[in-house]
Design a binder for this molecule. Structure first.
Ligand code: 13P
Length: 258
């Protein structure tokens, strides 16, 4: 982390877990446990149907609510889809874009880019995900692959808007497997992502972009991961479903930074 230049963000991704009633209960429990200090931004990205309950419960707190996906079109004949404008109206602040689980359902880098542009236009903070498979890591193409995902995902994002974008590095092999990337592995890729942003924009701008790590991050390994200079927070799946664990990760972000 580096709090001098950029925000630390601890974000949960609930995936397809919890009902609206369970959301209400979770948020009440979380509220009671939330630390008083304000050392980082906290976000919870929840299933679309849970957004109203989450927003209602967290209205007077520092926790921002987000969606897990969006449609890039403003409106129209897209049965079952949700636009970024709808998310804003429902009280969302964030939206996860291009999660590997959605890419596995056919989402392309072009789709990711259109969604990022639409989210920014609507005033949402996009959490744009990237990450390599185990096969790609083993064949030594991780940094090239990630660089391509970042370049395509950020196409036509103007300099003044890139500061709003949060990037999440999530190695696919570490998601839900308990196989966390080592702090060194995660740092290496997060640093390379910042280099890509530097080349696309300026070094001053690259310094301001928050880059998160995700993939089996939990209350035990968070401190060490967050101690890395280019890891500005976490995108947390499983451990964000348990208030006590999520709070411990927020607390792990309370450490001295450069
Ligand atoms: P886990 O923390 O459950 O590995 O999930 C990570 C993730 O995919 C967050 O988006």
């Amino acid at each position: 982390m580096n709090r001098k230049y950029r925000k630390t963000v601890i974000a949960g991704n609930w995936k397809m877990n919890k009902t609206p009633s369970e959301t209400k209960e979770f948020m009440q429990n979380l509220k009671a446990l939330l630390p008083k200090g304000r050392w980082c931004d906290v976000a919870l990205c929840v299933p679309a149907i849970c957004i109203p309950a989450a927003v209602r419960a967290m209205r007077e707190t520092r926790v921002g609510i987000g969606a897990e996906n969006c449609n890039a079109n403003p409106s129209g004949a897209y049965t079952g889809e949700i636009s970024t404008g709808m998310l804003v109206d429902a009280g969302c602040k964030y939206v996860i874009i291009g999660h590997s689980e959605r890419r596995a359902m056919g989402e392309t880098d072009q789709d990711v880019n259109a969604k990022v542009l639409s989210a920014l236009e609507a005033g949402l903070i996009p959490i744009m995900c990237c990450g390599e498979s185990l096969e790609q890591r083993q064949s030594g193409i991780t940094s090239e692959w990630i660089a391509m995902q970042i370049k395509l995902g950020l196409q036509n994002v103007p300099e003044e808007k890139i500061r709003k974008v949060v990037i999440a590095y999530e190695p696919i092999w570490a998601i839900g497997t308990g196989m966390t990337a080592t702090p060194e592995q995660a740092q290496e890729v997060c640093e390379s992502i910042r280099t890509v942003v530097r080349k696309l924009y300026t070094s001053k701008t690259a310094r301001t972009v928050s880059i998160l790590y995700g993939g089996s991050m939990n209350e035990k390994n968070a401190f060490e991961l967050l101690a890395q200079p280019d890891i500005d927070g976490g995108l947390i799946g499983g451990a964000s479903l348990v208030p006590e664990k999520f709070v411990q990760i927020i607390e792990a972000a309370n450490q001295p930074t450069v």
